[in-house]
Design a protein around this ligand. Sequence first.
Ligand SMILES: [Zn+2]
Length: 254
Amino acid sequence: MPGAPDDGLASVCRVRGLTWGPPRLGPVRYERRVAFHAMVTLWGGLPAQEPWTILLDTNGNLIEWHRVAGVPEVRSRDGLYQIAEDLEPRSVRASGAAARASAWSDWWRAREREWERAVGRLRDDELGRLSSFFAARVEEEEERSRHRTPSEGADIQEGDVTSLKLEWERRAQEVRQRWALRTEVRLWGLEEWAWPLADLEQELRAGAVHLRLTSAVDVARGRPAVPLCPTCGTPADMLVRARGSVACVNCGPQ
Ligand SMILES: [Zn+2]
């Protein structure tokens, strides 16, 4: 079968107490998709740069997001092609605006959180070293002042501890600033694709139970989408027999 694995949905969804019938692939249709190419720089501590590729439909809905340059795993021989004509400016503006307004910000916030966790540990290590250094100095200073006579001037000793604490705070602030996160996103390219898709139908069987499932196949990659659970409607990578019906592991018997 062109564009889908021979075992159809069995390649993405395991079953227990059920068997898959033969898959039937419908006609290939083409869907317009827009790929946004961006270079993302994460500043703070150890700056990093990474290319992003974000694939949207023409309404600006997210289809895929990858932290690499270009759309991965595409087998161009399967009919995928890039649309050479100029993009209609309005549709690009609309999808770009939609992308920025909604999903874009979510993705890079998620990425920032991940980044913050990674560099946060290094920042906290540095702050920890600074704290133990200054805490020891303050303690020394306080110890020394206890051994001084009042005539040597309690004010001066008090002042030494205070300036140590101020210096400590100033240095800690510097460390926090140096590790502060800032994300810069530079959009540098747009591509429009005609993406081949097809519907795949396949029956699940167990005794008298015959249930037909459908799923969209990404023909460019030869990969069907995970089917939805017939009982609860969530994507399921495993289906089981459940009291004369079919369920996933989340809603069915454990
Ligand atoms: Zn379910």
